[in-house]
Unconditional design. Structure first.
Length: 306
């Protein structure tokens, strides 16, 4: 029996682990695939206070080293369900069951897919969600970035230094990402931007993406666009279906909670991008981790009051 089981080893889960360990609680950190979470996909983290610049993966590695040094136990396992056993909680995973006095859900979110025919088969064969991971495969090639928010613009900035040509395809009439990123892209002579345009189809040759079909939503004009690769950056979706028995989810699938990081079940807390909130960043995920961990400690010590 652990004091606290934390599901998800992104910035929220790892910060929660740090605070719980420093409060002398035993911690088991469960991660299904990628210690460090989403930030490992970022080439540069420049808005974490006190750190001028660091790669996302280096930041994640340092955080993991820190929690392990403080005594966290880690397990590569996917949580499939939380059972409320009254005095304790049982986390059912693909690697067995783990019992804890309290649980913190810190499962973050995932890249949204376009939902086009053939998309799932072409992931890794021309379709990517991460320039830092896959950008180098497209050196001196032509790629499209789908989306117009901060992630899309960041991806495009990075790809513009690697690829021959980058075309950003946005469904709105304007980019929604930061003006600072847009200004950088506007100065690049290998970057084009297409607005009011959606994707309607994908074409593959020898199992690799070779072209996309696009449609202007204002003129209804359709076109075929040849490319070597495509980076999809159209937002995130949470993966909280497994936890809907312990807490309500909003219409997007986020766990309904507030700055107190409580769920509908006593002894189950939530932290980071997987909960309802306006700003999803490393700083806000870490802040949640601290709040959830200290609430879980108070719960275990019998001092908890909502
Ligand atoms: C390309 C990119 C660039 C970014 N750049 C910045 C930036 O510059 N600055 C900034 O502040 N933020 C940035 N962000 C956002 C930031 O990464 C997130 O806000 C932050 O990582 C959220 O942390 P989290 O711990 O809540 O969730 P996540 O980082 O998503 O971590 C959740 C973890 O939980 C795991 N998990 C999920 N379900 C389960 C399960 N059932 N069982 C076990 N494990 C599970 C996941 O595998 C994942 O590792 C960026 C994000 C991306 C994708």
């Amino acid at each position: 029996m652990k004091d606290i089981i934390i599901i998800g080893a992104g910035p929220a889960g790892m910060t929660a682990a740090l605070y719980a360990l420093r409060a002398d609680k035993s911690v088991l950190l469960l991660e299904k695939e990628n210690f460090g979470g989403q930030i490992t996909f970022s080439p540069r983290l420049e808005n974490y206070p006190s750190i001028m610049e660091i790669s996302g993966s280096e930041f994640a590695n340092q955080l993991l080293d820190q929690v392990v040094a403080h005594g966290a136990e880690i397990e590569l396992a996917e949580a499939l369900e939380i059972k409320d056993m009254g005095e304790y909680k049982r986390v059912h995973t693909d690697y067995g069951d783990f019992d804890g006095k309290a649980v913190i859900i810190a499962t973050g979110s995932k890249h949204r897919h376009l939902g086009l025919d053939g998309e799932e088969e072409l992931i890794g064969s021309g379709i990517s969600f991460c320039a830092v991971c896959d950008g180098s495969f497209f050196a001196d090639k032509s790629v499209a970035v789908i989306g117009g928010g901060n992630t899309a613009l960041q991806e495009a900035v990075m790809l513009s230094d690697i690829c021959k040509k980058v075309t950003i395809i946005q469904n709105l009439s304007f980019m929604t990402g930061e003006g600072r990123l847009l200004a950088i892209l506007e100065k690049k002579n290998n970057v084009d931007m297409i607005f009011d345009t959606v994707l309607t189809g994908l074409e593959a040759r020898d199992g690799e993406l070779c072209a996309i079909n696009i449609k202007n939503t204002k003129t209804e004009e359709e076109a075929r666009f040849e490319l070597d690769g495509m980076f999809v950056a159209i937002g995130q979706v949470p993966e909280n279906e497994a936890f809907k028995n312990v807490s309500a989810l909003d219409s997007y699938g986020y766990i309904v909670s507030d700055e107190n990081c409580l769920t509908d079940t006593e002894g189950v807390f939530v932290a980071g991008d997987c909960r309802t909130k306006r700003i999803r960043q490393v700083t806000t995920a870490s802040a949640d981790g601290a709040v959830a961990a200290l609430a879980a400690c108070r719960y275990i010590d019998g001092l908890f009051a909502k």
